[in-house]
Design a protein around this ligand. Structure first.
Ligand code: BG6
Length: 297
């Protein structure tokens, strides 16, 4: 499919290049005046985003698999139509392990680049109401993701969970604080889904953290003293936020994750999960939008 460039009056045009990525999986390399990004059709998975003179925003495991039917470890897995384990059907849905179709890619005159991808039909989808699932990735100075689900059934409500399970790169997890969730109730998965309310100004990390925050729409800041930057996660159409770091023991159990890599990542995931499951009436569309940006401390 070659390169596509757009004319712009000032600065550099956006550019999209279609190449074979790791594991020979098809990948789009995106360059704009402000940033670079990489998107695999496998899982509609954004594996990389970096501002020109900054550190990568997204963590990607050195041990990740890049293979059919296997999730990529890092970047932004698209979790749909369920979050967490489901009997006989695996964890976190099937969207993250399907090859998505690229419907459109457009460098626009303002220099940004957008991709529109669609989840194809699959045998796994047949146990759910018919639906159209699309994902728009927009790259400029920030990275914006929009997952939309349309319920095409004439009669049935479509109940599903969704989540953009974003892995962020951090300098040192012990020098990170995650802000914006004070006063929010959560399920503590490390303590058997105990229900708690966060009373701290910020989450700090010195053991495994695996929390599903419910009924929260606010932005979250990841303050990184080592890389001297704050990452801002803004969202719309999402009332759950999941915060996860596997720490030592769980890192050792994951075959596609390095033993020490937990020091350099944190997941702040935006979606609608658990008690916040979406119940979409026939004919309606639900949109989950997440904007990721960063600024020096
Ligand atoms: C998080 C969950 O969202 O994803 C964790 O809260 C889970 O419990 C993690 O371990 C990673 O899941 P997976 O399936 O990608 O290994």
């Amino acid at each position: 499919m070659g390169d596509v460039k757009a004319e712009v009056k000032n600065g550099m045009p956006g550019k999209v290049t279609f190449i074979d990525g790791r594991g020979d999986l098809p990948m789009l390399e995106i360059t704009t005046a402000w940033s670079t990004a990489e998107v695999y059709l496998h899982g509609a998975h954004v594996t990389h985003f970096k501002k020109r003179d900054g550190s990568p925003l997204l963590f990607l495991s050195q041990c990740s698999r890049f293979a059919e039917n296997q999730p990529i470890r890092g970047g932004i897995p698209v979790i749909f139509p369920w979050f967490g384990p489901r009997e006989a059907m695996g964890q976190h849905g099937f969207a993250r392990v399907k090859p998505w179709e690229l419907k459109e890619f457009a460098p626009s005159p303002d220099g940004s680049v957008s991709l529109r991808l669609r989840l194809p039909d699959s045998p796994e989808a047949s146990s759910f109401p018919p639906c159209t699932v699309e994902y728009i990735v927009t790259v400029n100075e920030s990275l914006t993701l929009q997952l939309s689900v349309t319920n095409n059934s004439p009669d049935d409500i479509f109940s599903f969970e969704n989540c953009l399970h974003t892995y962020f790169e951090v300098g040192d997890i012990k020098a990170v604080s995650v802000k914006g969730l004070k006063g929010v109730s959560y399920l503590d998965k490390v303590e058997g889904f105990a229900q708690k309310t966060d009373s701290e100004d910020a989450i700090r990390f010195n053991s495994e953290v695996d929390r599903v925050y419910l009924n929260t729409t606010g932005a979250v800041d990841i303050v990184d003293q080592k890389l001297k930057r704050t990452i801002r996660v803004e969202k719309q159409g999402s009332v759950s936020t999941v915060v996860w770091n596997p720490w030592v023991a769980k890192a050792q159990q994951m075959p596609d994750f390095g033993n020490e890599e937990f020091e350099h990542m944190v997941c702040v995931e935006s979606g609608n999960v658990a008690a916040n499951i979406i119940k979409l009436p026939p004919g309606e569309t639900s949109k989950l939008t997440v904007k990721l940006s960063s600024a020096p401390l």
